[in-house]
Design a protein around this ligand. Structure first.
Ligand SMILES: [Zn+2]
Length: 105
């Protein structure tokens, strides 16, 4: 989850896990990403840069237990951004709490 690499057919156990992976990917690659379609059937995440065609779309399989990447373009053509609203206190806590517990100094 620190550096997710998206592939066609990749499956997730829930929408939340997928959204978390997209956020982690955006932070890791220093890109601004937004969720476009967010209904019961699927979610489209796109790059916020107008010139960039990066996107990932995932939706439920028929069993509604498996959330699967159905299409994507994983090449960003935009420039990196050094501002990212996904770097929240929650994200930082999840990423570093293990290290901080092991090394209190
Ligand atoms: Zn981009």
């Amino acid at each position: 989850m620190q550096n997710p690499v998206f592939r066609l057919g990749m499956v997730f156990g829930s929408v939340d896990v997928f959204r978390k992976a997209v956020r982690a990917h955006a932070v890791k690659h220093r890109r601004l990403v937004k969720f476009k379609k967010n209904d019961r059937d699927g979610i489209m995440a796109v790059c916020k840069a107008e010139c960039c065609e990066w996107f990932v779309f995932a939706s439920w399989l028929g069993d509604h237990k498996t959330f699967k990447i159905k299409s994507l373009n994983d090449k960003h053509t935009c420039a990196m951004s050094f501002k990212n609203r996904f770097v929240s206190s929650k994200h930082i806590a999840e990423k570093y709490v293990g290290q901080w517990r092991e090394n209190l100094d």
